[in-house]
Design a protein around this ligand. Structure first.
Ligand code: HMG
Ligand code: MG
Length: 298
């Protein structure tokens, strides 16, 4: 069967940076977002409006969103934990938000300080308001292939939360392997359950690459007709509340991989590699992207 067109949803400026202990100045975050847009990335999650006591790194969401120069045709979603975050974000002219209930109780408590059900209730309040305001809502489910506190999670549980997110009005649900423990085998089992409740063109896959399984997991997901993939520039990232979570599947690796499958992403890999070098140099560490390392020094 033909390989579908794929939409890349870049999370480096949010998921990628949230785990960095040293504060990354606002102008560096903005420059990274500009470089990603210049490389041809069309969806760039740019900030989160979570509690600054929980994630200090993301405390400048307002400044980021107010000062970045938006390229027309580029989507700049932001991550929202509750109505308070939503109200702050709304003042920044946002067009899309992402809400993020957990797939497991243990992670829900650590990440959101509440149960899965309580989280879903809170996110429904946010989604209802956003829908009223004409703001697009994307949903994440985290820990879909395993939780650092509860272990394996039943695909049926993930399918139920996914359905709830769609019933709240989400246009897309991103299935997050928060700690990167999934394999092509567990991805297949999950996808079988999920495509029973929704069509694959409304799903995204969000792989952390902790065990180096990101691309093979993606290939397993593509067999089901997935249309959107989340990735992070130079494989930055992780979650401060998920022990052992490393960075996301690297965007450079993703673009190279898709090129090999004959999927035209309209991303300029050379510029992408430069964007990765820019932020990696700032963070004073090598890119966690093999493709970046292979191409970067030419
Ligand atoms: P809480 O402490 O239970 O909140 O945190 P609260 O409602 O009890 O309020 C306590 C204080 O925080 C109050 O201030 C609130 O005003 C303030 P005080 O009266 O004490 O001065 N507060 C806020 N301030 C600013 N913005 C806000 C906000 N909300 C409350 N939005 C809360 C609950 C959900 C807020 C907290 O747990 C939180 O911020 N969690 C988010 C943690 C996070 O960002 N995790 C990483 C992102 S998720 C992820 O990476 C996974 C993903 O990538 C998918 C995957 O990989 O699978 C998406
Ligand atoms: Mg993530």
């Amino acid at each position: 069967s033909a390989v579908p067109e794929l939409r890349i949803y870049e999370v480096g400026a949010r998921d990628g940076l949230q785990n960095e202990s040293k504060f990354v100045p606002t102008d560096i975050k903005i420059e990274l977002i500009h470089k990603l847009a210049a490389a041809g990335i069309k969806n760039i999650e740019s900030a989160s409006f979570v509690s600054p006591k929980w994630v200090e790194q993301m405390s400048d969401g307002t400044e980021v969103m107010k000062n970045l120069k938006r390229t027309s045709g580029v989507n700049y979603p932001v991550l929202i934990p509750n109505l308070k975050g939503y109200e702050t974000a709304k003042k920044c002219n946002i067009e899309e938000i992402a809400i993020f209930p957990a797939g497991s109780e243990g992670f829900s408590q650590k990440n959101l300080n509440c149960s899965v059900e309580e989280g879903l209730k809170r996110f429904k309040l946010v989604a209802d308001q956003a829908v009223k305001d004409g703001i697009r809502v994307r949903g994440y489910v985290s820990c879909v292939l395993g939780c650092p506190y509860d272990g394996p999670i039943s695909p049926k549980t993930i399918a139920r939360i996914t359905e709830e997110l769609f019933s709240m009005g989400c246009y897309e649900v991103s299935l997050g392997d928060t700690i990167g423990v999934g394999t092509a085998g567990s991805v297949r089992k999950l996808m079988k359950e999920i495509v029973a409740v929704t069509t694959p063109d409304k799903l995204a896959l969000h792989f952390h690459d902790t065990y180096g399984q990101g691309l093979s997991n993606l290939l397993a997901g593509l067999e089901f007709g997935i249309k959107t993939v989340d990735s992070s520039i130079s494989g930055l990232g992780g979650c401060p509340f998920a022990r052992g979570a490393s960075g996301n599947l690297a965007t450079e690796d993703l673009v190279y991989f898709l090129y090999g499958l004959g999927v035209n992403t309209n991303v300029d890999l050379v510029k992408l590699v430069e964007a990765g070098r820019y932020i990696s140099n700032f963070l004073a560490k090598p890119p966690a992207s093999k493709v970046n390392l292979a191409l970067g020094d030419r």
